[in-house]
Design a binder for this molecule. Structure first.
Ligand code: SUG
Length: 442
């Protein structure tokens, strides 16, 4: 049976508040605040444990090796690692922060994934995102590609494409702008790709759009998705201007359900109508309008960055950030959703506050990978989140992670060594092999 597995990004030891997210209000508001990587990683593990305890297939993707000293060398800093880090701190702290970013934790941006039921060769297809719109994120692609190959290693079941060429016209932010809909667990699904800008009518707003139509089309072509089951839709420009930097900040889909804000799409009726037509059945929609939850409340609470999951008993649950509880209008909308006759049967709250302060909610933290039984069996076994792995990772985090980190700490050479030792150990725990550049040159 084809079931959706969630692979969450494990928060890295260098989690900090760099103010680096373009069009991402939370990231900008929290710039230079002292972070707590230990708490961030534990919050992430609790979410994974919570979803696994619901009987869902939960996996884990590793963080990246940071600070990326090679990147700092490529932008002109020279000398020993210690010297490079110190110079970057004094001359270009923004670049040091980019080199130290733990942003790979938001695994929804790791790649676009297509189910084997949707692809020409019946394999699961992966295209890592090039993330070219932001320096700190563009650094992720090579290690992400290596991590995905190590997690989904079998050529027979998994096809790994290279990322799209790294240029603005092909800016790609992965699954945060892609949703697969399907009526049941067997048939070919429908793919919705949402883009922020189309080169034929470029978006010119307060914030640059991060995903281009050209990139979405290229990924769909690369995965050879059926054109009669693929829809490309423009994001509403006002939403981008209000701080909706990815579609998953304003809409979430699962199976035949779409939860969305009325300002999510430029052509709302067209999107809902086309998806229903492609599916052959009306989509079950939950539409939230401005008077229920305005764009600003949607963005601060991350209501639409919830996960919708089907439990083994067939009921559907909404997985939300704790911040939703604190927003009366948002909580009222959730309560109404659960109490009505609609598709959502229950809600579960997780505290992912450290991630939220950088604009990453529950759905940002996970990459969805639809897998059938054989494909699940072909996944690297140590990447599945079990109670034992939870225990091991919790002890590993508690032993190695700091409980406070400021940007200046990224220049501490002891920190660089600390991270390398920590991640070296992690690759053993997760059985991933040498995925990090520092392991290959050592
Ligand atoms: O790309 N934040 C990320 C958040 C990504 C959320 N992902 C999804 N919506 N799928 C971003 O803006 C902030 C890092 C900093 O400021 O230190 C950051 O990169």
């Amino acid at each position: 049976m084809l079931l959706e597995a969630n692979f969450d990004g494990l928060v890295g030891p260098s989690h900090h508040f760099g103010g680096l997210g373009i069009g991402n209000l939370a990231s900008q508001a929290n710039k230079a605040r002292v972070s707590n990587p230990l708490e961030a990683a534990l919050q992430g593990l609790e979410k994974m444990a919570g979803l696994a305890a619901l009987g869902l297939h939960q996996g884990v993707l590793p963080p990246q090796a940071r600070p990326d000293v090679d990147f700092l060398r490529r932008v002109g800093f020279v000398g020993t690692d210690t010297k490079v880090l110190a110079q970057a701190l004094s001359d270009a702290p923004g670049l040091l922060s980019a080199a130290g970013s733990a942003a790979a934790m938001w695994a929804a941006n790791a790649a676009t994934v297509s189910a084997s039921a949707d692809t020409w060769d019946s394999r699961v297809h992966f295209t890592p995102a090039n993330l070219v719109s932001q320096t700190h994120r563009a650094l992720e692609t090579p290690t992400t590609a290596a991590a995905l190959k190590a997690t989904f290693p079998s050529d027979r079941y998994f096809a790994h494409h290279p990322a799209l060429p790294a240029c603005t016209q092909l800016a790609d932010e992965g699954a945060a702008n892609h949703t697969r809909f399907a009526l049941d667990d067997h048939t070919c699904g429908v793919s919705l790709f949402v883009y922020g800008t189309d080169l034929e009518s470029p978006a010119t707003g307060r914030f640059p759009a991060r995903q281009t139509r050209l990139a979405s089309e290229a990924v769909a072509r690369q995965h050879r998705l059926r054109t009669d089951r693929t829809l490309f839709a423009a994001q509403h420009p006002e939403a981008i201007n209000a701080g909706v930097f990815h579609n998953d900040v304003i809409a979430v889909g699962h199976r035949d359900i779409l939860l969305y804000h009325e300002m999510a799409f430029a052509n709302e009726a067209g999107v809902v109508g086309s998806l229903s037509r492609m599916m052959g059945e009306p989509l079950r929609t939950i539409r939230i309008n401005q008077s229920q939850v305005d764009l600003s409340a949607a963005i601060t609470s991350y209501l639409f960055n919830s996960q919708i999951v089907t439990l083994p008993d067939g009921t559907v649950r909404l997985i939300v950030a704790k911040d939703c509880e604190e927003h009366p209008a948002v909580w009222a909308a959730i309560t109404e959703m659960v109490e009505s006759d609609g598709p959502i049967d229950g809600v579960q709250v997780f505290d992912v506050r450290q991630s939220m302060r950088n604009g990453g909610g529950p759905a940002c933290l996970r990459l969805r990978v639809p897998l059938n039984d054989d494909e699940r069996g072909a996944v690297n076994p140590d990447s599945w989140f079990t109670p034992d792995l939870h225990k091991t990772l919790k002890a590993w985090v508690e032993k190695h992670y700091r409980d406070r980190l400021a940007i200046a700490d990224l220049a501490d050479p002891a920190f660089l060594n600390e991270v390398r030792e920590t991640l070296d150990r992690l690759t053993v725990i997760l059985g991933l092999g040498s995925i990090y550049p520092f392991q290959q040159t050592a």
